[in-house]
Design a protein around this ligand. Structure first.
Ligand code: NAD
Length: 510
């Protein structure tokens, strides 16, 4: 999504360097390349993060492979105990983690705590690993013959995560991977990498053996090394669509199991019978929460003509009450992740005017409660966006909410189904029949009915359709345990004296 190459530099520019976490301890590796980690609310570099070389990734994989030899045999009760202990520690110390998220990502503290809560749900789900890794048993499929299945871990698995959920997305994957008996190499976003290291050290405190969770910081070089490494069995990726597609194609080409979650453009369809106050609140919350840098953000409202003027007025009124600023100051919305990204998002406001849309609220030059050098852009509302405009077509990934006017349900549904993305969508209506039609007819993986951000709970799985997910397995939930295990079917016969003697025919049952 954002341009990683512009962030890279050859020499460290700040005093603190964030190392990798390998074999249960911080580790600097051999690479001397680094990238700056900003505090986006201040616009300053707060530390540098190491960017791993191929040899560094290889060393981490060796550590993970060695740890797997014993972790694969750790009992269900041992693994469950570690997950419970981790959940308790995470809950006790979530404020500390939230402060890290706010300082590197910029999201406001309350939102950071929300991210942690949604990630912690997956840890809680993973505590049920005893049930979730159970196989099945069929007795006497043939006389004296039983068949049963085993779910076994894959081995060393790779996880590559995006900047926008530095705690939650790693938690989606490593909680289940570890619970299922795998060992992990996590490559977090180089823009906000500290949360991953913090969580790895907390897992050690929870009793996780060294080498089971390794964090390798890096950029494309580290990602490619993971995608191509012969001892990495699977890749779980979350990020923008072009990189998700690349990761999927490259890693499957190297024989790996891959789930690659990509970008999004999520629509909210408002029918004339909807509660417009509820819908306006929802659009503002889902459009501008986390400065629009959520893959489940609502970025397009499809407003039916009959209510569109009234709806836009209600949204505009609510936007006037939002405070943008430093996330540690109790504001509603923080900065964007980098200056480059902020400028790119802001450039769509000019495109909107050129393409004939009307800019109802322009977030440029907004007065903020924070340092003037932060990467700010205020909430922006653009009405009458033509679907041919790049404002509609592109994933802007910032606090820019577009309104497209439609004549009714059919036109709205057609626009959503014509989108190349299919991550999330929402319908706002009081008509149960329309909502039911929508859930059947829309080509999207996660649907909200009067709910704007329908992120499924941890015991259902998370994932979109079309260019929002490459691969068959969604994240967490039942899909998560399926993804991180491989099944064996065992056919067994303990001989009794009546065994049947020689028979060269294909096995049949009697
Ligand atoms: P990104 O694609 O730029 O980066 C994601 C990861 O890929 C990072 O770890 C990064 O280091 C790595 N990467 C970047 N460029 C690479 C390259 N050329 N080759 C190999 N690896 C590379 O995404 P981002 O900007 O960090 O995150 C925002 C994007 O993630 C948005 O598109 C958002 O919709 C998407 N996202 C999707 C979901 C989902 O569940 N579908 C969830 C969160 C974020």
């Amino acid at each position: 999504m954002t341009d990683t190459t512009t962030l890279e530099q050859t020499a460290p520019s700040a005093t603190t360097i964030l190392d990798h976490w390998v074999d249960g301890a911080t580790w600097s590796g051999e690479s001397t390349r680094t990238a700056p980690v900003y505090n986006p609310a201040l616009g300053t570099v707060q530390k540098d993060v190491r960017l791993a070389s191929v040899a560094d990734v290889d060393a981490a994989v060796i550590s993970a492979a060695a740890a797997w030899e014993s972790w694969r045999d750790a009992s269900i009760s041992k693994r469950t105990a570690v997950m419970f202990a981790f959940r308790e520690l995470l809950n006790e110390r979530k404020q500390e983690l939230a402060e890290i998220l706010t300082s590197e990502h910029g999201k406001v503290l309350s939102d950071a705590l929300g991210e942690i809560a949604r990630g912690m749900e997956v840890v809680e789900f993973a505590c049920g690993l005893g049930h979730l890794t159970k196989g099945a048993y069929s007795e006497n499929v043939s006389t004296g013959v039983d068949v049963y299945s085993l779910k076994q871990p894959l081995g060393v698995v790779g996880i590559i995560s995006p900047f926008n959920f530095p705690a939650m997305v790693p938690l989606w994957f490593f909680s289940i991977a570890i619970a299922a008996g795998n060992t992990v190499i996590l490559k977090p976003s180089e823009k906000d990498p500290t949360a991953a290291i913090w969580m790895a050290s907390l897992l050690k405190e929870a009793g996780l053996p060294d080498g089971v969770l390794n964090v390798v910081n890096g950029d494309k070089e580290a990602v490619d090394a993971l995608l191509e490494h012969p001892d990495v069995r699977s890749i779980s990726f979350v990020g923008s669509t072009p990189i998700a597609r690349y990761v999927y194609e490259t890693a499957t080409g190297h024989g790996k199991r891959v789930q690659a979650l990509g970008g999004a453009k999520n629509h909210m369809l408002i029918l004339p019978d909807a509660d417009l106050d509820l819908a306006a609140d929802a659009a503002v919350n889902a459009g501008f929460g986390s400065a629009g840098e959520r893959c489940m953000a609502i970025s397009v409202v499809l407003a039916v003509d009959a209510i569109a003027d009234e709806f836009v007025a209600k949204v505009k009124e609510r936007m006037g009450t939002l405070r943008t600023g430093d996330g540690t100051r109790g504001t509603d919305m923080g900065p964007l992740i980098t200056e480059v990204h902020r400028d790119k998002v802001a450039s769509y406001i000019d495109v909107a005017s050129t393409d004939g849309a009307s800019v109802v609220v322009d977030g440029r030059g907004i007065e903020v409660d924070g340092d003037p050098n932060g990467f700010w852009l205020g909430p922006t509302l653009i009405d009458n966006v033509p679907v041919g405009s790049s404002v509609y077509q592109d994933e802007i990934f910032g606090p820019v909410l577009s309104v497209v006017r439609v004549d009714g349900y059919e036109e709205g549904l057609g626009i959503i189904n014509g989108s190349r993305y299919g991550n999330g969508t929402a319908i706002f209506t009081n008509d149960g029949g329309a909502a039911r039609r929508f859930q059947r007819e829309v080509h999207v993986g996660m649907i909200g009915i009067n709910v704007p951000i329908p992120v499924p709970v941890a015991y259902h799985s998370f994932g979109g359709w079309k260019a929002s997910l490459f691969g068959d397995a969604k994240a967490y939930g039942p899909h998560g345990f399926d993804f991180f295990t491989q099944e064996k079917a065992v056919t067994s016969r303990w001989l009794d004296p009546s065994h049947g003697g020689l028979n060269l025919g294909f096995p049949q049952h009697d």
